[in-house]
Ligand binder design. Structure first.
Ligand code: EPZ
Length: 426
């Protein structure tokens, strides 16, 4: 397994291009199952999760051609040869569950392995299933799979009231509703920019959708959808991650493609902490005001609140802030695994359940640390860049799921970072 070696850094300078959003692309790709016409996605990120979703769609008989070195994905699912999403693919990536709604809506049947939990939580899919049942689907859970069937007349429109906000369940229900007979109303729907991006792509394909980005989305089912070409929205989590690099190391970095509207709650917290964010014609220019970063409190919330996917990275910033910061993680039950690793670097963090109290220190110290999940991995890299000495981050395969060319991008603004093969354990 590879490691990333980071030396403590001085101020950064330069620009970082931000890629298309992983979490948008992972729901846009299954949308190809809703039509037998070609769907082309541009600005696609080149990530291992995208390759996993490609393999899954191909296992169902869809054609997925990565063009221009993966920047463009040409998808087509003229005739599906299978309706079964196998466990050995689904277990690698939970977003695989997003083929369930589209397959059910178009062909009336689907067998999808239950994704199981992951490092950050149990990650149930009950809300996905309840929404599809409300649309008339018959679901049978057995041998670790969801065996789903639509009525012979197809799915029907329904009012779906989500008891809690779920990005994936909103996406599955939204895609299924585009071909259901009648009107579907999704209440307490997720409002993330990735949902808005999916709705815009589906509308390009002929879907009739209103209200995306708000808590109530209304969909008029149509007979069929046609093909489209759609640009994947900028990745707001990659954006926020790289904005923290100058916040922690000093200097000034411009994140190309970034817009404050994608991350307003996060930018408000950066401002409170003493970080300047300036919107430019090309993106967001980020720099640290004089003196130390100030400690601020954060509670993660569904969009438009502070994103849970930036909590680990923001904690790394708070580790070197002046004062004490209280971080509350309300979305996932086990998303502080980066805390013990940061503590190895001299951070002072106390975790109790969903709350972490961080008392900032003047300087972190480099140390060997281990990545535990996608967003934790990059928070350790950021901490290593701001620390004194060398940090070695192991298990960086987590990184490849969500960050394209992280070493190249950070080197481009002056970071002392390299990726090496892990010494063979003797
Ligand atoms: C999406 O996951 C993202 N993944 C996650 O990003 C992100 O952290 C999460 O949304 C929240 O914003 C993708 O888009 C591929 P949820 P998802 O359904 O859809 C509970 C990353 O780092 N829940 O909004 O799985 C669930 O346990 C990843 O890029 C149910 O109880 O998240 C959680 O506590 C990590 N039943 C909460 O809802 C369900 O049926 C929010 O989960 C579904 C979810």
């Amino acid at each position: 397994m590879d490691q990333i070696i980071v030396q403590g850094n001085g101020p950064l300078k330069g620009e970082i291009p931000i890629a298309g959003a992983k979490n948008a692309c992972l729901t846009l790709m299954p949308a190809t199952l809703l039509t037998d016409q070609p769907l082309t996605l541009t600005n696609a990120p080149r990530l291992s999760d995208i390759r996993t979703m490609t393999a899954l769609l191909q296992s169902l008989g869809a054609e997925v051609a990565p063009l221009q070195d993966g920047q463009v994905l040409a998808l087509s699912s003229h005739d599906l040869t299978s309706h079964r999403a196998e466990y050995d693919i689904v277990r690698k990536m939970r977003a695989s569950i997003l083929v369930l709604g589209p397959m059910l809506a178009r062909d009336g049947r689907a067998e999808v392995s239950l994704p199981g939990g992951c490092a950050i939580g149990a990650r149930p899919v009950d809300l996905h299933l309840k929404a599809l049942e409300a649309m008339g689907a018959e679901l049978d859970l057995r041998d670790g799979y969801v065996h789903a069937k639509a009525p012979s007349s197809g799915l029907r429109g329904a009012v779906v009231e989500f008891p809690l906000v779920s990005v994936g369940a909103t996406e599955n229900a939204l895609m299924a509703a585009t071909l259901a007979k009648g009107t579907t109303v999704l209440r307490n729907a997720a409002r993330e920019p990735e949902i808005v991006d999916l709705a815009q792509c589906l509308r390009r394909m002929g879907a009739q959708i209103e209200g995306e980005g708000e808590s109530t989305i209304t969909i008029q089912g149509v007979e069929t959808l046609h093909g489209a070409t759609h640009p994947v929205v900028t990745d707001r989590i990659e954006l926020g991650t790289y904005m923290l690099a100058p916040a922690m190391c000093g200097g000034e970095v411009e994140c190309l493609g970034g817009r404050i509207s994608l991350l307003s709650a996060f930018c408000e917290k950066l401002d409170e902490a003493g970080i300047d964010v300036e919107e430019t014609p090309r993106g967001l220019k980020v720099s640290r005001r004089n003196g130390r970063v100030r400690a601020v409190d954060v509670t993660t919330q569904p969009y438009p609140g502070f994103p849970t996917d930036l909590q680990a990275q923001f904690m790394a910033l708070m580790c070197m802030a002046e004062g004490t910061s209280r971080l509350e993680e309300t979305i996932f039950e086990n998303r502080f695994m980066h805390a013990p690793e940061l503590t190895r670097m001299g951070a002072q963090i106390e975790v109790h359940g969903g709350h972490a109290t961080v008392t900032g220190v003047e300087k972190l110290r480099g140390a060997p640390v281990m990545a535990t999940d996608l967003r934790a991995s990059v928070s350790l890299i950021l901490a290593g860049m701001a620390a004194e000495g060398q940090t070695t981050v192991s298990r960086v395969y987590h990184l490849d799921r969500g960050y394209e060319h992280v070493v190249r991008k950070l080197r481009g603004v002056g970071a002392h970072i390299e990726r090496v093969k892990e010494e063979e354990q003797v």
